[in-house]
Design a protein around this ligand. Structure first.
Ligand code: ARG
Length: 488
């Protein structure tokens, strides 16, 4: 009665009718009904069904190869599993909480279909190495899907950037206008963040791509198994190196959730900028109506709900990372039931990330910048003041003196309500006689951005070239993915 719900204690029958078939041998009484529900994971881990079947087929074929299963037995098992896979895909498989998890549901269904041979499938393995294998297979596949979506989003960003390699906007520090930049340059900054995120997901995939099968419960198995064979059948790079570690650690899931959190943090920054830019106060860009919603009370409102939700969902993905770190903290070797709690946060992070990447990939090509508004904003805030200081340095002044002189010219501009580029030559010369008519080439927004023409700079020609090489970087990895031979 330890775990029973106190309120229901008196009225509810607290035992199941039969002890669990898979491990009930040493038990004298059936498990408390609440405990059955409390310990079951099938409601969520059925998501691993296809990977579970894939892993079981590889295991059975390996057992046949080493002579533990006969050819007939192996065929009966693999055909039975394939049929179960079909039923699951068709949605007609009956899941049972009494059977605890995805592994025991499938194994039970197999024995139902093919009889006693089904019971031989679990030879030389445990649910501990089985589940560790299933999650790795599942996550590996999800990383591939996420990275394809991420690449698609990057290409949309790069496209928009190349269309706006010379569109001028204010660049900000402290959210105050700092220096003019090009919109394309700003967008390529987004792309760089995402490029690193892609790299992190690839790193994570490389580290997780090892096969735990054969670790069994924790200590390995006395059967003459061939771990390289099961690993290669599942296109893992190699078998894991230590049986205790294989069944216990979930650092691959933690690493994925960490990468997902950083990626979501980047998406939240992009979302925040879109939210600011679409506000009436900025009015830098427009989002089509289909990505926005209205207000039930204020008829004039067009709210940027999609970017706001992406920003908000970042919290749950970071929360999932903390959940997994805390789950693993101080866990003694080897497998502990705590690890069953790894799945929901992991699934949620994958689902959330997929939806957010999709939302952004759909939204980015529709971003329409209000070029005149951006230009005017860049011009209105003395954003070329540093250019004037740099010009004076080139005329022989020390930077600190130049800074002081430009500060005075800005104060004058504020008083007169004019930009530095709108001042006449003689007005400018009051502050420094060294100034000549060439100054206007650097005081204009176009002159300012064009002068930053080094690697990583904002000059239109640099941005156009950077967009080109960013595009080929993404396309190249898409091509090499398609042509790569399967790893084993
Ligand atoms: N459902 C379990 C999990 O997700 C499978 C492993 C169970 N192993 C065990 N020794 N109880 O972790």
């Amino acid at each position: 009665m330890l775990m029973s719900d106190r309120k229901e204690k008196s009225s509810e029958s607290t035992v199941t009718k039969t002890p669990n078939q898979a491990w009930g041998g040493r038990f004298n009484e059936p498990v408390d009904e609440f405990v059955v529900r409390f310990t079951a994971s099938v409601l969520f881990d059925q998501r691993l069904a296809h990977e579970d079947i894939q892993g079981s087929i590889a295991h059975a074929e390996m057992l046949q190869h080493v002579g533990v299963l006969s050819k007939t037995e192996c065929e009966a098992i693999t055909n039975g599993l394939a049929q179960i896979g079909q039923e699951i895909s068709n949605g007609c498989f009956k899941w049972s909480e009494q059977l605890e998890d995805v592994h025991m549901n499938i194994e039970d269904a197999l024995t139902d279909r093919i009889g006693a041979t089904g019971k031989k499938l679990h030879t030389g393995r445990s649910r501990n190495d089985q589940v560790a294998t299933d999650i790795r297979l599942w996550l590996r596949n999800q990383i591939d899907i996420l990275n394809a979506l991420l690449s698609q989003l990057q290409l949309e960003i790069i496209d928009l950037a190349s269309r706006h390699s010379d569109t001028i906007m204010p660049g900000f520090t402290h959210l105050q206008t700092a220096q003019p930049v090009t919109f394309g340059h700003h967008l390529l900054a987004w792309n760089e963040m995402l490029e690193r995120d892609h790299g992190r997901l690839i790193d994570c995939r490389v580290r997780l791509n090892q096969c735990p099968l054969g670790a069994a419960a924790l200590a390995g198995t006395p059967y003459p198994i061939d771990r390289h064979l099961s690993a290669s059948k599942l296109t893992f790079d190699r078998p894991t190196a230590n049986s205790l570690d294989s069944v216990s650690d979930r650092d691959f899931a933690i690493e994925f959730c960490a990468s997902a959190s950083i990626l979501m943090t980047h998406l939240s920054r992009m979302a925040e900028e879109l939210i600011l830019w679409t506000s009436a106060q900025f009015n830098f860009v427009q989002l089509p109506d289909r990505f926005c919603t209205g207000s039930s009370i204020m008829p004039q409102k067009k709210n940027p709900d999609v970017p706001e939700l992406v920003r908000g969902k970042t919290g749950r993905v970071t929360g999932n990372l903390i959940a997994l770190l805390t789950l693993m903290k101080a866990q003694p070797l080897a497998y502990n039931k705590d690890n069953q709690e790894d799945k929901e946060p992991l699934f949620d992070s994958v689902d959330t990330l997929r939806d957010c990447l999709r939302a952004f990939a759909d939204m980015v090509p529709t971003i329409a910048p209000n070029k005149e508004v951006m230009y005017a904003a860049a011009k209105s805030s003395f954003s070329t003041a540093t250019d004037l200081a740099d010009y004076l340095v080139r005329k022989g002044l020390a930077f600190r003196d130049a800074h002081e002189i430009v500060g005075k010219s800005v104060a004058y501009g504020i008083e007169k309500g004019i930009d530095l580029s709108d001042m006449s030559l003689s007005e400018l010369q009051q502050f420094a006689p060294q100034i000549d008519s060439e100054v206007f080439a650097v005081l204009t927004l176009e002159g300012s951005v064009s002068s930053r023409d080094h690697i990583g700079g904002t000059a239109p020609k640099i941005v156009a070239a950077a967009a080109k090489s960013a595009r080929s970087r993404v396309e190249q990895r898409q091509i090499s993915k398609v042509t790569a031979s399967p790893a084993c």
